[in-house]
Write a protein that binds this ligand. Sequence first.
Ligand code: ATP
Length: 241
Amino acid sequence: MTTTAATGASLAVRGLGAGYNGLEVLRDITLDAQPGITVILGPNGAGKTTLLKALAGLLPRRGSVQLDGRDVPAGNATACVRSGMALVAEGRQLFAQMSVAENLELGGWLATPAERAERLAQAFADFPRLHERAQQLAGTMSGGEQQMVAVARAMMSHPRLLMLDEPSLGLAPRMVDELLAIAQRIAAQGVTVLMVEQNVRKALQIAQRGYVLERGRIVAADDAQALLRSDAVRRAYLGVA
Ligand code: ATP
């Protein structure tokens, strides 16, 4: 994958809190992500999706979020994209009745038409399968192909921080591997990848760092390899007695 994506950013989150209608879900989250892959693990309902949404400006939040030392304003999704963040939300959220190419073009909404055309050509070079199916309606693609469209669409904004919410959800094992390989390739270009993933072992194998979120709080933070070896993670997530 050769790309014109901008180089990765350092993300620094300090004392982040967020929730819904006055109900606090996340408390005092402190987290860093560097170029490479950082994975967020945790049981259902821990607040992983809430965290990515709060970072992407889709939910109000407290605390500070900085990209390369510059404050990212809270609760402002457009400002987050302008500052270099992109989120691939759980469930992909494609426009099912629009073509693959049209879905991708929408990801470049802040770019000039010339930049958009250049990025689309790059996306098709990076994802040949999407090139072959450029005119197919997104809603008729397989689950794995739809997830590729969602990732390629996010890359159209040239993010320095790409956030992926369970990219492999509902996919067959071979497709899971393909999606995780795509995340790895994107990270290898220098993009900072922050990923929520239920395939704990596979995710930690490709990540540099990991955080474990439980009931809205970070309960463990370490190198990915150390988390893979940790008794707590092995017991809770890897089914090791
Ligand atoms: P999963 O692995 O099941 O996707 P998660 O770790 O991503 O879980 P969240 O989706 O962030 O967890 O949910 C955290 C908490 O916030 C849960 O208790 C959930 O019920 C609650 N929650 C999520 N979305 C909303 C919402 N729109 N309104 C109210 N509460 C919500």
